[in-house]
Design a binder for this molecule. Structure first.
Ligand SMILES: [Zn+2]
Length: 854
């Protein structure tokens, strides 16, 4: 519907523009009639031809390009897409990164051809007079205005020079945008690529086919005086190379019918605002999906006219190919629900294939081995911006997904979070799927090393992790976004029972769950999903089942599918709701790194597993004749997993379950439902026991003196290599505390009391204070606990507003002050001796100082 209206509008535009511009051109030509002008034929003579959707002609000597544009191509939108063929993370590029995807069109204006970009987001009902105001307050972008070098009136052709268009940043900004400062951190000098070098920038390759034309350009940037060296992947910071592919793609001309989006299913979308609508939600968003059409429309199950074909790149390690093929084709289970058989096929690119994996006509599962892997896998797709029809897709897989351990060698020193260690990434990356999946798998591998699991079990873990990664990335390319709520499928006991899970551990392969490792005393089941889950089957049915011809009947059919959204197995929540960052979002089930619908109980099992692992880690990883590197890395993962699970548990405090069911839908609850007080209390108790307790790291103590990285040249010069144990423990506690005492969380506890929350702010903070102060009140406070108590008191002082104005609400300020007074009283009556007395006197003076204002 959107497409046809848009083309109608454009047709009018074409006629007017042509009528105006041809007369202008004729007038101008008259003035210069004496000078012998070059013809189109002159300009393309003896040039290498690349004819197809766009016709390019290259000078074989200089490499210079001419572009011939047909009159029929003017004022007609086409898709412009770019991706990085190769690059370096320091410059914000990595191999295979999809970048721009937008509509461009050629327009003629006097003696110039313009290349114009316009957002198709805003739509108006053409039957409404207001549609005459189309374009109001919407800025078009004229990216290029190129002089017409020759015009062949008979053939209706124009020639422009392509070099100023393609060997520049006119169409696409290749150099990175400056990074915004990180709040709370002082600005740091960053790596700068400098200026584009005109003399060094050149064409790499040109491919032209009837419906698309690709031009690969090697962009070279020079920076005469770099301030920052950059990583070792940069050979010389004074000059950086990025290969970028420009793809010009014809808009598909077919009878594809867009499918509307719905908040209950998780597809990537094209968003449209209906500016003439009176609806309360004037959205006309459509989902991204492939154009699958039944070969036999009457058959309940039919092959599609054109299946979705994936190619395993011939660079893929041979031993992985079967697992990858099987995982990819496992998606056919979901398509069968939508009425298609063999919808998705996975083939292997022959070793002598003549096509390039960068050719957008092929969907390729590609491999890279990067020095600084930006992901474990990445599955972008290329939709038609007008309809959401997916035209092409690629998947990039990092070989180091299964090898990369070096990244984590320094972690133990201070427990730095993974975010801080991640390299630069373009902000519009659809999926980084990997760091989280990667982490959970490496934690699993570390645990399997520590527990000295059989090779078979280790093999199963790695193979299931690979399947899971492929399922996840292919899921993205089918149009699906993340479903971080999907780990709710089983309870904390059944999830370890392979006879129950049968290869489906979570509701959707689009989640980032924890590796499902059995706690002590339980038998190991499935580590990961090896098939799409119930949610996946359901959303594929929504997105891909053929539409009915009658619009009302079709809407009713979609509503019937959507009415199942209240089933527990179909739970959905994406990144825009997930709770990975402290204080952000509200539903604790929409979380990464969690597992089961009893995440708190599951985490308790994991804490036990980590304790148990620490008792064996040295014996099983530090072997005679080796260094201590494996012990160091395995310990890092145990610590990291400890922090991850504590984070999962903390989200239940002040949490609110969301339900996006529509009014009157069967099985619907109220849209916002506070977490039961009992579970919130259980979460606080779990953190008190496993994160804040005095003996929390007792199991790890025997390994501290052995956590030594392998020396390498002079690397590490100026850094001290001893394990920063107190920082590491405190940083993990702080990250959780950042959520527990976040101003939005505290305020929400008060807000939710008005609609069902029975865990009051004062009761909650008293429970937390008890956990942090009571266990060692009558004895000695060890050094971890001194740190923790100090940190807690300082945070309460900040919240209370005692010394500085507080950003917290009044109730939180009062509650914090009450806790401080209680703590002061506790330590006044229990002064202790030695270091404990020193510590408590310090705490008392801190509280005293805060309230006396001195
Ligand atoms: Zn993903």
């Amino acid at each position: 519907m959107i497409q046809s209206r848009r083309f109608k509008g454009l047709t009018v535009g074409v006629i007017t523009a042509l009528a105006l511009s041809s007369s202008a051109f004729a007038a101008e030509k008259g003035d210069k009639s004496k000078k012998k002008e070059k013809t189109v034929a002159d300009l393309i003579k003896d040039k290498t031809e690349y004819e197809g959707f766009l016709d390019f002609y290259q000078d074989p000597k200089t490499g210079s390009l001419m572009l011939v544009i047909e009159e029929s191509q003017l004022n007609k939108p086409f898709i412009y897409h770019t991706h990085t063929v190769n690059g370096v993370l320091d410059a914000g590029h990595f191999k295979g990164a999809f970048r721009t995807n937008r509509l461009l069109e050629f327009r003629k204006s006097f003696d110039k051809i313009e290349i114009v970009s316009k957002t198709p987001r805003y739509i108006l009902d053409e039957n409404n007079a207001i549609s005459r105001s189309e374009g109001t307050n919407i800025s078009e972008a004229i990216l290029v205005a190129a002089s017409i070098e020759a015009h062949d009136k008979e053939k209706g052709q124009f020639v422009i020079k392509a070099d100023p268009v393609l060997l520049s940043e006119s169409l696409e900004k290749v150099s990175p945008y400056p990074r915004p400062p990180i709040p709370g951190q002082p600005p740091r000098p960053s790596f700068k690529v400098g200026n584009l070098s005109k003399s060094k920038t050149k064409y790499d390759s040109i491919r032209s086919y009837p419906q698309n034309t690709d031009v690969v350009v090697e962009y070279v940037f020079d920076n005469k005086a770099p301030m920052v060296r950059g990583s070792q992947a940069v050979s010389d910071p004074r000059t950086v190379t990025v290969q970028l592919q420009h793809s010009f793609i014809q808009l598909p001309e077919n009878d594809y019918q867009p499918r509307r989006d719905d908040p209950r299913v998780g597809y990537f979308t094209q968003q449209f605002d209906d500016l003439s609508s009176n609806s309360w939600a004037p959205y006309r968003d459509v989902i991204n999906r492939w154009n699958l059409v039944k070969k036999d429309p009457d058959a309940e199950l039919s092959e599609p006219v054109e299946p979705i074909v994936w190619w395993i790149e011939n660079t893929t390690p041979v031993e992985w190919r079967d697992v990858i093929k099987e995982a990819g084709e496992a998606w056919n289970i979901a398509f069968e629900k939508a009425g298609f058989k063999n919808a998705l096929q996975v083939k292997v690119q022959p070793d002598d294939a003549e096509w390039d994996a960068g050719d957008i006509r092929y969907n390729v599962l590609r491999w890279t081995a990067s020095p600084r892997p930006p992901f474990g896998g990445y599955g972008p797709s290329l939709p038609n911006p007008l309809t959401g029809e997916i035209i092409a897709a690629d998947i990039m897989l990092e070989y180091s997904y299964f090898r990369n351990r070096w990244l984590y060698t320094s972690l133990f020193s201070d427990g730095a979070s993974s975010e801080q260690m991640m390299p630069d990434m373009p902000v519009d990356l659809y999926c980084s799927a990997g760091h989280q999946l990667h982490d959970s798998m490496l934690a699993g591998l570390a645990l399997s090393d520590v527990n000295d699991l059989s090779l078979d079990m280790k093999h199963k873990l790695v193979e299931q992790a690979m399947s899971r990664l492929i399922l996840h990335e292919i899921g993205h390319t089918l149009g699906l976004n993340h479903n971080m709520k999907a780990s709710q499928l089983f309870n904390a006991t059944d999830v370890h029972d392979a006879s129950k899970t049968q290869g489906i551990v979570t509701g959707s392969v689009m989640d980032y769950p924890s590796a499902n490792i059995a706690p002590p005393g339980m038998t190991q089941g499935d580590y990961y999903d090896t098939k799409p889950g119930p949610y996946d089957l359901w959303v594929i049915e929504y997105g891909y089942s053929p539409a009915l011809a009658d619009a009302d009947a079709e809407e009713k059919r979609l509503q019937t599918i959507l009415s199942r959204s209240t089933e527990a197995a179909l739970a959905f929540g994406n990144d825009a709701e997930d709770m990975r960052s402290p204080g952000r979002h509200i539903d604790p089930r929409v979380m990464i790194g969690d597992m089961s619908n009893e995440a708190v109980k599951y985490a308790q099992g994991r804490f036990e597993l980590i304790r148990d692992a620490f008792s064996k880690v040295k014996e099983n990883t530090a072997k005679d004749g080796n260094n201590y590197q494996q012990l160091l890395i395995a310990s890092n993962f145990l610590i990291r997993e400890w922090g991850t699970q504590a984070g999962v548990v903390s989200r239940y405090v002040g949490g609110v379950y969301t339900d996006r069911a529509y009014v009157g839908q069967e099985g619907a609850t109220q849209p916002f439902r506070p977490v039961d007080a009992e579970l919130q209390k259980e979460a606080v108790k779990t953190l008190n026991d496993y994160l804040f307790a005095p003996d929390v790291m007792a199991a790890a103590e025997p390994v501290y003196a052995y956590l030594q990285p392998q020396r390498r040249g002079f690397n590490g010069f100026g850094q001290n290599e001893d394990p920063k144990i107190h920082d590491m423990v405190l940083n993990n506690q702080r990250r959780v505390m950042a959520h527990l005492l976040h101003k939005d969380v505290l305020k929400r506890i008060t807000d939710t009391a008005l609609y069902g929350n029975e865990y009051s702010l004062n009761e909650y903070l008293s429970d937390l204070t008890s956990g942090i102060f009571e266990a060692d009140l009558n004895g000695e406070v060890n050094t971890y606990r001194q740190n923790l108590q100090n940190d807690y008191v300082k945070k309460l002082i900040m919240i209370s507003g005692a010394s500085k104005p507080s950003p917290y609400d009044y109730l939180s300020q009062a509650a914090a002050q009450y806790q401080l007074k209680a703590i002061d009283k506790m330590i006044k009556y229990n002064k202790g001796e030695g270091a404990t007395r020193v510590h408590r006197e310090y705490l008392h003076s801190q509280i005293d100082k805060a309230f006396s204002g001195s």
